[in-house]
Design a protein around this ligand. Structure first.
Ligand code: NAP
Ligand code: ZN
Ligand code: ZN
Length: 361
């Protein structure tokens, strides 16, 4: 923690990118991180991914947000210090933090390892409050303090920059693909090949499914095939919907904007499922007939639990998977957000926190 200073309460000051409001640009500033409690891990953040959810929240597209805000829930770094009772991690370990940093640990969902569906409400990594009422600040920062039970181990063989996006994009696709049985003999489509979508292609292919990308155009077809897709179609081309009618067992929708849902339901075969992981700002509508006609299901899925996230990281290491990243400096984040909104990212922006510099601002 050479770039930080100690506060009177024994915590430390970390450098951070802060936005003060929904239309405000980022400023280099600082946040206070708490003194490590018995089970806390102090992490030197090396890389932080930019998820479209950061933008939805930072621009208040999902409703009122808490400002000042330090976004970032795709965090990869190295353990700098541990509290006295920490048993899972040691100084120097390569670790990650995803979308939540605590949960009630008592409810049936927490006990089952589905902390992301905590009945008390899990504590989000940023734009939320811890159970003691303190606001949380995320990964666009030089360090963070997190209870060891909400910290993941990054396996050897996965570099930290390509690991960071796995903590949200990776698990958000792994969990539904796993839950709905993507694997050999299953025809799986991924709608949208952005940050989430490109990880969906890689993971579904590694699980052994027959994988199709449904992108707006075929401009990224070569990349999609390199990630493991077997087929690639443009959704701007109406003939796609005729050719693929009734074709898929599972479709995962990663799109951040509203889509004509009935058209996509028509691509599912008997008993097929359309799972939404993209969360657009508005309402969506569909006709019940689009489901009833082929006993189809429509579902949603949110990130994954801690145990499943570790399983995903180990799966990615075993299969040599990481995100395709464009590494940027802390001064390029405003432009990067605009480029994400324009679908102009290949395929995840990752902030290199060493570009905060020495901190002598
Ligand atoms: P992203 O990198 O911007 O990717 C979204 C992709 O959707 C784009 O690359 C584009 O793919 C497609 N798309 C964008 N606008 C479109 C439009 N108007 N019509 C059709 N397709 C469009 O975003 P992301 O970080 O992957 O996140 C995607 C969504 O998932 C966001 O809403 C985010 O908040 C949500 N999310 C949910 C969870 C969860 O737990 N459920 C977790 C993380 C993120 P093509 O260029 O290939 O068409
Ligand atoms: Zn995310
Ligand atoms: Zn709970």
């Amino acid at each position: 923690m050479s770039e930080t200073s100690t506060t009177p309460t024994g915590g430390h000051t970390a450098q951070a990118l802060v936005t003060q409001g929904a239309s405000k640009p980022f400023e280099r500033s600082t946040v206070e991180r708490r003194a490590p409690r018995a089970h806390d891990v102090v992490i030197d953040i090396k890389f932080a991914g930019i998820c479209h959810s950061d933008i939805h929240q930072g621009r208040e597209e999902w409703g009122q947000a808490l400002f000042p805000m330090v976004p970032g829930h795709e965090i990869a770094g190295v353990v700098a210090e541990v509290g006295p009772e920490v048993s899972r991690y040691s100084v120097g370990d390569r670790v990650g933090v995803g979308c939540f940093v605590d949960s009630c640990r008592e409810c049936e969902n927490c006990k089952a390892g589905d902390e992301q569906y905590c009945l008390e409400g899990e504590v989000p990594t940023y734009n939320g409050k811890a159970y003691d009422g303190e606001p949380t600040f995320g990964g666009y920062s030089t360090s963070i303090v997190v209870d060891e039970n909400y910290v993941l181990g990054i396996p050897e063989g996965v570099e930290l920059d390509v690991a960071a996006p796995l903590l949200c994009a990776g698990i958000t696709l792994y969990s539904p693909l796993h839950h709905w049985g993507a694997g050999p003999g299953k025809k799986v489509a991924i709608i949208g090949m952005g940050g989430l979508g490109h990880m969906g292609v890689k993971i579904a292919a590694a699980l052994g499914a027959d994988v199709t990308v449904l992108s707006q155009t075929t401009s990224k077809e070569e990349d999609g095939k390199r990630f493991g897709a077997h087929h690639y179609y443009a959704t701007k081309d109406e003939s796609t919907f005729e050719e693929l009618a009734g074709h898929f067992d599972l479709i995962v929708n990663t799109v951040s904007a509203d889509l004509p849902i009935d058209k996509y339901l028509g691509l599912l075969g008997l008993n097929g499922t359309l799972v939404h992981v993209g969360i657009p700002e508005g309402d969506s509508s569909y006709q019940a007939f689009s489901l009833a006609g082929m006993r189809r299901s429509m579902a949603g899925s949110k990130i994954g639990g801690i145990r499943e996230t570790q399983e995903m990281l180990d799966f990615c290491a075993k299969h040599g998977l990481g995100a395709e990243v464009e590494v940027i400096s802390v001064d390029e984040v405003d432009q990067a957000w605009d480029r994400v909104v324009d679908s102009d990212v290949r395929y995840r922006f990752v902030i290199d926190t060493s570009t905060f510099g020495s901190g002598a601002d």
